[in-house]
Ligand binder design. Structure first.
Ligand SMILES: Cc1cc2nc3c(=O)[nH]c(=O)nc-3n(C[C@H](O)[C@H](O)[C@H](O)COP(=O)(O)OP(=O)(O)OC[C@H]3O[C@@H](n4cnc5c(N)ncnc54)[C@H](O)[C@@H]3O)c2cc1C
Ligand code: FES
Length: 285
């Protein structure tokens, strides 16, 4: 039997977008870069005994054979990932996983991104732009220093609306305030896409519902195998059980049971906190 070994996934560059909190890695992974489309994600493991975590592919460069990932340091594994730097190798990197974003010529698309979700939204917005759609981007963060990918989005979005909770940049308030205004003033919106924290995506769906506009959300359910076998990522969409890893991660936001998703995401909070504390202690933090 012939075995084809994937080349080691080496980190070519690392940029601390928000020091201590959010970083961007450009990883040499030509076998993934060749196939990855907007909406896809990877699952990676950085230590032999470590857990596997999903991260969205925020961009690709097929010529250079690279993928870009952006992560928020949340717990043990992302903190350990944060310790890696340029030249280091990711132990294993599996992808591209998940269904790619459904992109078709649809006119104007409003892409809404919140926090780290802006990076994933960027790849989807770029895909819509390449397909000839007019992309209006609405991005939100707690404060100006937590905004991501604004320059990149500005390069192809005719309009970029910025919102901050504290008013340090753009509109003081939530992305849904601007979304509501846009939906009221423009009857030709073909689709709304939202990527970000679960409460934000649920709020986007609530605002979009009365306008009867197609609304797509990218769900960050807990994943283990990413192959549709373990059942960890199950979500209820339109009353049916779906697996976010193989049926998604993108779903019709008007049909998602967000309350159930929220509960499932919180299921391992105590264990996650203990594991992070132990990791910090063992690393002198
Ligand atoms: C399809 C998909 C794409 C994602 N893309 C990104 C991304 O681009 N950038 C980013 O920062 N985060 C992304 N996430 C979330 C990321 O996987 C978690 O932040 C990461 O697993 C946290 O691991 P940890 O050990 O550092 O923290 P933990 O302490 O284990 O967990 C912290 C939080 O992360 C969530 N989480 C933990 N393990 C998983 C898991 N295996 N799968 C999903 N969520 C988990 C928990 O609900 C918890 O709220 C994505 C999740 C999914 C499902
Ligand atoms: S992660 Fe196992 S079924 Fe989706």
């Amino acid at each position: 039997m012939i075995e084809i070994a994937a080349p080691p996934a080496r980190i070519l560059s690392k940029e601390r977008l928000i020091p201590g909190q959010t970083s961007k890695l450009v990883i040499h992974a030509p076998h993934i870069a060749r196939k990855a489309l907007p909406g896809n994600f990877v699952i990676l493991r950085i230590a032999p005994e470590g857990e596997r975590i999903p991260l969205t592919i925020a961009d690709t460069d097929t010529e250079a054979g690279t993928i870009t990932i952006v992560y928020l340091v949340m717990g043990k594994t992302t903190a350990a990932l944060e310790q890696l730097g340029e030249g280091d190798v990711i132990l294993d990197l599996c992808g591209p996983l998940g269904k790619a974003t459904h992109i078709e010529p649809i006119g104007t698309v409003i892409c809404v991104g919140g926090g780290t979700g802006i990076a994933a939204m960027h790849h989807i917005a770029k895909g819509h732009h390449m397909a000839g759609n007019r992309v209006v981007a609405i991005v939100g963060a707690r404060s100006e220093n937590l905004l991501l990918f604004c320059d990149e989005l500005e390069s192809f979005c005719p309009e970029l609306e910025v919102c901050t909770d504290d008013g340090s940049c753009g509109h003081k308030g939530f992305v849904t305030d601007i979304l509501q205004q846009r939906l009221e003033s423009d009857a030709d919106i073909g689709e709304v896409v939202a990527v970000g924290p679960v409460p934000m995506m649920a709020a986007v769906a609530r605002v979009a519902r009365p306008f009867n506009v197609k609304t797509t959300v990218s769900l960050n359910s807990i994943m283990v195998d990413g192959m549709g076998m373990c059942g960890a990522c199950r979500v209820t969409v339109g009353g049916e059980t779906k697996f976010a890893c193989v049926d998604g991660p993108e779903f019709d936001g008007l049909q998602v049971d967000f309350d159930e998703l929220r509960k499932r995401l919180n299921a391992f909070k105590p264990q996650e906190a203990i594991s992070y504390q132990e990791w910090k202690k063992s690393h002198g933090q």
